[in-house]
Write a protein of this length. Sequence first.
Length: 563
Amino acid sequence: MKDKQANRRIRLLLAVFALVFAVTLGRAVWLQGVRAAQLGKMAERQHHESIVVPAGRGTIFDSTGVQLALGETTTTVYADPRQVTRPRAISVAAQKLLGVDANTLYPRLLDRRSSFVYVKRFAEPAAADAFVKRGFLGVGSYPEERRAYPQGPVASSVIGFAGTDNKGLGGLEVEYDRTLSGKPGRQTIVRDALGRAIDVVSSTPERQGHDLVTTLDHTIQANAESVLRDTVKRWHARSATAVVLDPHTGAVLAMAQAPGFDANNASKVPLSLQRNRAVTDTYEPGSTFKLVTIAGALSTHLVTPEQRFTLPYSIHVADRIIHDAELRGTETLTVAQILSHSSNVGAVTIAEKLGQGTLMDWIKRFGFGRQTGVDFPGESQGLVLPLDQWSGSTIGNVPIGQGIAVTPVQMASAYAAIANDGVWVRPHLVERVGGRALHDFEHRRIVSPSVDAELKQMLTNVVDEHGATGNEAQIPGYTVAGKTGTAQKPGPHGYTTGQYVASFVGFVPVEKPRLVVLVMVDDPHLAIFGGVVAAPAFAQIAKFGLQYMSVPPDAPVTTTTTP
């Protein structure tokens, strides 16, 4: 009886073993036969990793070869919490060598739900190397480029900035982002069970981004910014903007504003300070716009520079009364004096002879109401009221620069056309991309050479003539041509009392112009007139540029000696 029970137990045990063996064998056959390919791919994924090799971002230079934006080599250190065995030691070492807050890093290393944690991004390579050499399990590193701006605030609103992913977020950095970025590469690496890289099985090399050479001269740019800061401080203004152009090529030598910001800290700066106001913002130009009115009348032979007009202090235009800036009696002025004395009544009188349709044609001819095409993102086209929306009084305000809005770069380009013998050239900020020089920029004739010569002389009178509005723009030893502008700022319910824009735009030397300079000061106090507020800043920027470029004087100062 006992033997039979023992035999049954043995047979039961053998049956169990046989069943377990059959199940195990079946499982093995299923894994190695049915799921072999799928499991092989899973194992390969666990040991093979494809990583992106970022391409170096191109450098941005000024026209003299000075670096305005470049990529700094850094090392990013990371950890895989699932492989980390000494989280406390890693946190302490990271604080000591990399400046990381250990109390912040430690709980992140304990989170096993994550497979990737930044220990330190953009670390100094030497410090990162010392940290990695500690040999902590689960810790790795890779090279990463960080964008830097060695000139700090100089031209920051033009250059813009790139984000932590090295993508352009503003200015030329975003305008030329694809060119600067290059093309990333890719590597497939094999890791061991501890996650350490042991082999590279395939590699596609990265293509470095192209460099940009801009038209900016960092010395002229820095000086313009300094002058604007002083101007804003002196007149308690809200802001100031300046544009410096080469009138023959359209190259922007400087595009400055105050207040400014340091591009290295752009993420901490309000958007209102980041935007390039010379391109994106508009303002009513005031009397600088009278150039368009006078140019149109001269070109259509309605007037000559010497033609005289008897002008009262004020005139009615539909439901508006137009008057000059300073109280005076009725006087007779030539067309040239109307411009040099900046007579509103005179400019409107000439505009009425020109007519609304012809005046609009000349506004378009000078490029107002559309983008200049400057290579910068977010350019405004300004604001020009369509002709079919003009009222009876529009002919009384547009010819004197009211009821129309322009950008600083538009106005600078218009005066550059007069400096360039009547030919407008598209302004631009980049002259070379990689090894390729940019050329053939759009150009068109605005006025004839004869009319251009007349306008140059008239604009010279604005600066030289005794009692004219632009006397403060004079530069000893050089002939200067230009125009002042003073415009009341519009608000939601008409013009704002006590708020003005003061401006001056001109070129020098007159016969062979090398520089066009526009200065616009927003909401100055203590004084409001362009000839008082903006003209001195123009003179400072232009004088520095002339001396820096070694432009010889064209009107040497003479001294009288007593025998």
